[in-house]
Design a protein around this ligand. Structure first.
Ligand SMILES: *Cc1c(COP(=O)(O)O)cnc(C)c1O
Length: 468
């Protein structure tokens, strides 16, 4: 499989290089040159497979040429063996034809484990082969950091540095990062906000000279293609469990960087019968404004009860834009250039093209809490705030009640006790067994000033082969 950049000016790469690259050299994102396509008969043949086997078969065409199938299969099996439910991605029914797919049965209780557990293993595999070492650098306001740390803690060829804003992430989320005691895991609490952390990450990728040329940085945020690839699988799994390929499905997806839902869009382009994709946003609603009224304009960051969707720009949207422009990079470049100056619109026919599949909705904090309470009352099922936004959006946007609607359950409610208690539901979501002593575990992190030189110096002195 070959991958091309959405901006058209970077070389085409194979899977291995795409994994290790992150952003393309022209600033674009990598997408597959062509997608594998399934006939209904081929989808039929995938029915009833265990999750790991389905995952192996669906993903292999994307990595083919970079890794032998037997090695890949072993890695995929190991990845999903670490999930706590035997179905890996079980579904819970809320109402007639309405479901939640629980994507939070991995080690850190958020859907990001599906991709990052695999990504850590893939990185280690290729770096071992190359006899190379890399440094992963990321900023987090919550879920990404813990999932990335958990995915890379055993990687012998990787050091991981995660910056989080000091005293501004929830206690559960912080502890999920800081109680991982591996020599290659480095948590840095920055005395600034999330934007400050992100700026320092960006600057460090732009000029890596502080590492002295002895190692290089790799990004594991949602622009990394491997993350999208791993997320395609559960859309197919859901469909096959609910009557696919002979029956269409609708999905509602709590969205921030448009990575999860973009995987659903790809599954449909690969031949999965999907009638509708609902973009579910919190008050950071740039995507809702685009889908509902064809207005694309970054707003101001708002802090909400669903922090993993607090974004102003949705990085993976560029991948959809590339398709909406008929894969013409110059259209993408012009659109993004115009968007950096102010509000932009897409040509009406292209926007209508997107509307054939996508609907959208935005849910504020107050309504999110109400929905948690309502669904608990109706079905006795406790939603986390992100998933609650998905369920509410699904109900508001549904086109056809005879089509099963599946909301992606992106996090476990125990990660967000504040939202649950504000909903008035009188029940405490306990942490699952493997995390039950999280609040007693010893934490390790270093507090550093909001200062690029100080942080880079810390990294230069603390990665594996640093001479200090
Ligand atoms: C990351 C995250 C999201 C948003 O996913 P995207 O792929 O960025 O759209 C939604 N919910 C939770 C719980 C998350 O951690």
């Amino acid at each position: 499989m070959r991958y091309i950049s959405t901006r058209g000016k970077a070389p085409a790469l194979d899977f291995e290089d795409v994994l290790l690259t992150g952003l393309a050299t022209d600033g674009g994102l990598y997408v597959p040159e062509t997608l594998p396509r399934y006939t209904p008969e081929e989808l039929m043949a995938l029915r009833g497979l265990p999750y790991d086997e389905l995952a192996c078969r669906v993903m292999f065409p994307f990595v083919e040429g970079s890794i032998p199938e037997s090695d890949f299969r072993a890695m995929v099996q190991e990845t999903y063996a670490g999930f706590t439910h035997r179905a890996v991605a079980p579904m819970v029914q809320l109402d007639a034809n309405e479901w939640v797919m629980e994507l939070f049965r991995g080690p850190t209780l958020a859907f990001k484990d599906f991709a990052l557990q695999l990504l850590g293993r893939l990185l280690d595999y290729f770096l071992e082969k190359r006899n190379q070492h890399v440094v992963i650098l990321g900023a987090t306001s919550g879920d990404t950091g813990s999932a990335a740390i958990e995915g890379c803690r055993h990687s012998s060829h990787v050091d991981i540095f995660i910056l989080h804003p000091h005293e501004r992430v929830s206690e559960v989320q912080r502890r999920q990062m800081t109680t991982v005691h591996s020599d290659n895991v480095h948590n840095i609490a920055v005395t600034g906000n999330f934007d400050d952390c992100q700026k320092m990450v960006k600057a460090s990728f732009g000029d890596q000279s502080f590492l002295g040329g002895k190692t290089s940085l790799v990004a594991v945020n949602s622009i990394n293609w491997a993350r999208i690839m791993a997320q395609i699988v559960y859309y197919i799994y859901a469909s096959l469990a609910l009557g696919g390929p002979h029956r269409s499905l609708a999905f509602s997806v709590p969205t921030g960087n448009f990575g999860d839902i973009f995987a659903g869009y790809l599954a449909r382009n690969m031949g999965l019968p999907v009638q509708q994709l609902v973009v579910a946003t919190n008050q950071n609603d740039i995507l809702h404004r685009f889908i509902s009224e064809n207005q694309y304009q970054p707003g101001k960051l708002q802090h909400t009860l669903s922090p993993s969707m607090d974004i102003t720009i949705s990085s993976n949207f560029e991948r959809l834009l590339f398709d909406l422009y008929g894969r013409d990079s110059s259209g993408v470049v012009d659109f993004l250039e115009a968007a950096s100056q102010g509000a932009v619109q897409l040509e009406e026919t292209r926007w209508r093209g997107a509307r054939r599949l996508f609907d959208s909705y935005t849910v504020n904090d107050q309504r999110t809490c109400e929905v948690i309470g309502e669904v608990y009352g109706e079905a006795g099922y406790l939603l986390d705030p992100h998933t609650a936004i998905g369920v509410e959006s699904a109900r508001r946007c549904r086109r056809d009640v005879t089509v099963p609607m599946v909301t992606m359950g992106t996090a476990h409610p125990a990660k967000f006790p504040d939202a649950v208690s504000r909903s008035g539901v009188d029940v405490e979501a306990g942490l699952p067994e493997h995390l039950s002593d999280l609040m007693e575990r010893e934490e390790r992190f270093t507090v550093l000033n909001n200062d690029l030189a100080e942080i880079q110096d810390f990294m230069a002195r603390n990665w594996k082969f640093a001479e200090n």
